[in-house]
Design a protein around this ligand. Structure first.
Ligand code: UN1
Length: 512
């Protein structure tokens, strides 16, 4: 048995990093929430968990901040987000390293996560001068009709462990330029990167000068904090990332009080590989999409639907890649696959592989690795499972690196398999044929929010709208016109005619 790695160093490194961000050590050394790094499984911090009372006070402060913030010119609000982007650029390496420690992402993906935050800040700054509405032709002489976009209120943001800071940034950067206050509840598994990010927010606020206190706050805590955000009438919008079960619990409660929701609830993403697909590119794309981030992206590739003519050759290539992929400490430059987040993720993976075997699947890989070196951490070889059909286990989302492979003959059949699951987040087709690519993206093609050609389903840029249909929740975040979700629309009709013609030719002749 190899010697256990000394457990003090990651904790010490974490504390040093947090102190560098200016986080008060009391915030991560005492408290009931025990934080472990998935790299070794060792405890790295104890974080204080907020109670509902604190949540109420934070929301009250956020609402007061909103009343000030909404009246600042939008480009001035953009300046705050520009400063936040600068802080993120300066602290990119350190914040990325904390992402690695807390979420187990490999270094390049940790850096990518922070880059995604910087990108959305840049987008939001540009947007702060482009929050424009339409001017609409009216049916009445001497009238003008237009729409204006106004700030909405307090926005609650609930994020998950797998993108512990980027998803907050997608929401916060837009919400802030749109004139809202933001209250953030991060995953209980990743509050440390949230504390560090909040320190950067405070630095940006200090440089900005007149940001109202409580404009952008952080509430570390459990379910009761999420519930406080969902139930509070002052919170006009809740953007929540997590499981479909969480979304099902949250959505009706928000609907009951007519609050807005943006839900991003996971996916069971497929790729169709046609007979004409360029196999080199396809294999590389599949490897990243299915194994990258240890299969713990909402957009991870979980189902591969392969034309029977190329099935065997592609599977041979993939087996080679799965056998040789480097799994290990995400801080090592040579590692491509870091650990699973925790033991429950590993248990879910094992259960899914058992079910797959029971359904006639041939499993390659999937075994636990490095258990002797890291008995409290959960490293696995990603699993490739050749399935006879799309069994129940394939149709459910398991948040782990498992790729189920199935065969198809006709594109109709492949599209039917692509759509025949509860989720509708991301999808891809690999083909050299225009007709197949277009059919996949057409109204009777993929039913997902993301439908790609010759590129995997994961790793989206922030410029597009991100999100999906069906059990994914229907929400859209990041680019395109997603900013509209963070504002309320007013339609204005202005009469400069000196007369009073009524719409639809209605007559109502009465002196008053
Ligand atoms: C998620 O997994 O919740 O498209 C978000 C991607 C990333 C975001 C994933 N840009 O894979």
């Amino acid at each position: 048995m190899e010697a256990r790695v000394p457990h003090a160093d990651v904790a010490a490194e974490t504390a040093a990093l947090l102190e560098q961000f200016g986080v008060d050590s009391r915030r991560f050394t005492r408290g009931s929430l025990t934080i472990r790094t998935p790299i070794t499984g060792e405890i790295v911090a104890h974080v204080e968990s907020a109670e509902s009372m604190i949540a109420q006070q934070t929301i009250a402060r956020a609402e007061a901040a909103f009343h000030v913030w909404r009246s600042l010119p939008a480009p001035r609000r953009g300046e705050f987000v520009r400063l936040l982007g600068e802080e993120l650029r300066t602290a990119k390496a350190e914040l990325a390293h904390l992402v690695t420690i807390e979420a187990g992402k490999i270094t390049t993906e940790g850096l990518g996560e922070v880059q995604e935050m910087i990108d959305i800040c840049d987008l939001a700054v540009g947007l702060s001068r482009q929050l424009h509405g339409l001017t609409i032709a009216t049916e009445r002489r001497g009238h003008r009709m237009m729409e204006t976009w106004h700030p909405l209120g307090v926005a609650g943001v609930i994020t998950s462990f797998n993108f512990p800071v980027a998803v907050w940034a997608w929401n916060a950067a837009l919400a802030l330029v749109c004139g809202n206050a933001v209250v953030w509840k991060p995953s209980e598994k990743t509050p440390l990167v949230a504390l560090a990010t909040q320190a950067l927010v405070e630095r940006a606020a200090g440089r900005f000068g007149d940001a109202p206190e409580g404009l952008c706050s952080l509430l570390v805590g459990g379910r009761e904090i999420g519930e406080a955000l969902v139930e509070d009438a002052r919170v006009r919008l809740v953007s929540a990332t997590g499981s479909t079960a969480m979304g099902r619990a949250v959505a009706p409660r928000l609907a009951r009080r007519f609050a807005r929701s943006i839900l991003e609830l996971g996916g069971n993403n497929a790729a169709i590989v046609c007979a004409s697909a360029p196999l080199d590119l396809t294999g590389r794309a599949i490897a990243f999409a299915a194994m990258g981030t240890a299969g713990q992206r909402c957009t991870s590739l979980r189902r591969l639907i392969v034309h029977e003519d190329v099935h065997d050759e592609l599977l041979t290539r993939l087996r080679r890649a799965y056998a040789s992929v480097s799994v290990g400490d995400p801080r090592d430059a040579s590692t491509l696959i870091g650990p699973l987040i925790d033991e429950s993720a590993y248990a879910a993976m094992r259960a899914a592989l058992d079910d797959a075997r029971g359904a006639g699947g041939a499993v390659f890989g999937g075994e636990r690795l490095l258990a002797e070196k890291y008995p409290d951490a959960f490293y696995v070889r990603p699993a490739l499972v050749d399935m006879p059909d799309q069994a129940e286990v394939v149709r459910r989302e398991t948040f782990a690196p498992i790729l189920y492979v199935m065969k198809f003959r006709s594109l109709d059949e492949a599209i039917r398999l692509n759509n025949d699951v509860a989720h509708g987040l991301a999808s891809s087709i690999f083909t050299a044929r225009l007709d197949e690519a277009e059919r996949f993206m057409a109204a009777d093609g993929s039913d997902c929010g993301i439908a790609n050609v010759n590129i995997g389903p994961s790793g989206a840029e922030i410029g597009g709208a991100f999100g999906g249909e069906k059990d994914t929740g229907g929400g859209r975040e990041a680019g395109s016109d997603c900013w509209k979700s963070y504002m309320r629309r007013a339609t204005n009709t202005i009469n400069y005619s000196g007369e009073l013609p009524l719409a639809q030719g209605v007559k109502f002749d009465l002196e008053a």
